[in-house]
Write a protein that binds this ligand. Structure first.
Ligand SMILES: [Zn+2]
Length: 264
């Protein structure tokens, strides 16, 4: 072995050791999350603020709590415009988002790295062309945003309104976009073992909305399949009873996907 080979060999050994340490650290972190008990104060907070939590089976409650821990360990929640991210804010965001992950095989928002929280609706200036190719410099007021599989932005005032029962739920809307992004090959559908029923029901409901406005599904859904899935998810979580009565096929589809009954 000459010196060059020696250096290469040494370098490879160091690289392998670094990979090993990082692998074991990750595994240790995962293991300690599995072993750490769910804080009683978090359980109390979520039971008080998330009304739907009472509908979960004991098995689903355990799964939900594991996912909340995983969410908080892996995804950074950061305040913008001087918004202070308290423990309560963190736990409520994770708790609400993980209500959308009751499927045993669900990923905890694979690819999502950061949630940015503004105190209220925020102004953004985007330079992408719109549907007809126009690029505008005019700032727009937003309640939330979802950047493909990477970042969610929320207005806390509007998350609070959703927690209080408002028909608009920016949190489930933006996290539905994250679920949609888990399968880059589909638009307006999350990862599913079979797309037959999903596409049949969603297409029929989309066409029906084109013909006539719905009392529960926002017309904004007509922007395209991606927005339709997001506004249908809002209706499902905020107005489950009306959705079941007026759009039983869509309600059934979303119930089978989200695995929670939101209708009275
Ligand atoms: Zn949207």
């Amino acid at each position: 072995m000459n010196w060059t080979e020696g250096y290469i060999g040494f370098g490879m050994a160091v690289f392998a050791a670094v990979l090993c340490v990082s692998y074991w650290r990750k595994r240790q972190a995962r293991r300690s999350r599995e072993l750490a008990p769910f804080p009683a104060s978090w359980r109390d907070l979520l039971s008080r603020r998330l009304k739907l939590l009472g509908r979960l089976s004991p098995e689903q409650r355990r799964m939900h709590e594991r996912r909340v821990m995983e969410f908080l360990a892996d995804i950074r929640i950061k305040g913008c415009n001087d918004f202070l991210v308290t423990e309560e804010v963190r736990v409520l965001i994770a708790g609400y988002a993980c209500l959308m992950l009751l499927r045993p095989d669900a990923y905890v928002f694979r690819g999502l790295r950061t949630v940015l929280v503004y105190p209220t609706a925020f102004w953004v200036r985007h330079h992408e062309p719109d549907a007809i190719g126009l690029v505008s410099d005019e700032p727009e007021l937003r309640l939330g945003e979802s950047w493909n599989g990477e970042r969610v932005v929320l207005s806390w005032e509007d998350v609070e309104a959703a927690l209080a029962g408002d028909a608009v739920n920016v949190l489930v809307h933006e996290f539905a976009h994250q679920l949609d992004a888990e399968n880059p090959d589909t638009e307006g559908a999350p990862l599913l073992p079979d797309y037959g029923r999903w596409s049949k029901v969603m297409s029929a409901e989309f066409k029906a909305l084109e013909q006539r406005s719905s009392q529960v599904i926002d017309d904004y859904g007509l922007e395209g399949p991606t927005e339709f899935f997001a506004v249908a998810t809002e209706a499902y979580f905020q107005r489950g009873t009306e959705l079941r009565l007026l759009h039983p096929q869509l309600y059934g589809l979303l119930r089978d996907y989200y695995r929670i009954e939101t209708s009275d």
